[in-house]
Design a protein around this ligand. Structure first.
Ligand SMILES: [Cu+2]
Length: 146
């Protein structure tokens, strides 16, 4: 009789422990860290701008999820599809495009959810719309930290 009771208590204890472990796990998964929001202005003078930065540049951690909130203001030219600027990320050392970082900007504010490259190093954002005669100078640095 006493032995049976002991086993029953151990059984209940195990179920309780498992429930606690799984619920803690589920809680962790349901609340991912909020992505940092990075605000960029793609301006009418064919320049990217960021608040309080003379030369705009972003610094991200490898694989960090971020939200790009980009405000675009029309320069001289508009693309056939209505885009006024582009926002495309290239690896600096060989100018190879980074997957999922290629955006056409329409006038106004747009948000893009992106993940920082997994490879640390220097990257450059370039405009892909011939927005004015100053288009060639429309770029911005991105540094990815390990
Ligand atoms: Cu441009």
């Amino acid at each position: 009789m006493k032995v049976k009771c002991l086993f029953a208590m151990i059984g209940v204890g195990c179920v309780l422990a498992m429930w606690m472990v799984t619920s803690v796990d589920a809680g962790g998964q349901s609340a991912p860290p909020a992505a940092r929001v990075i605000e960029v202005l793609a301006d009418h003078d064919s320049r990217y701008k960021m608040a309080d930065q003379k030369r705009p540049s972003m610094t991200l951690k490898a694989g960090e999820p971020v939200t790009l909130r980009i405000t675009a203001k029309k320069a001289k030219n508009v693309n056939r599809d209505g885009a006024i600027h582009g926002f495309t990320l290239l690896r600096a050392k060989d100018r190879s495009p980074v997957p999922d970082w290629d955006f056409q900007l329409k006038p106004g504010v747009q948000e893009f959810s992106v993940t920082a490259p997994s490879e640390p190093g220097e990257y450059v954002v370039v405009c892909t719309v011939i927005c004015s005669q100053d288009h060639e100078g429309m770029n911005m640095k991105l540094v990815v930290l390990p």
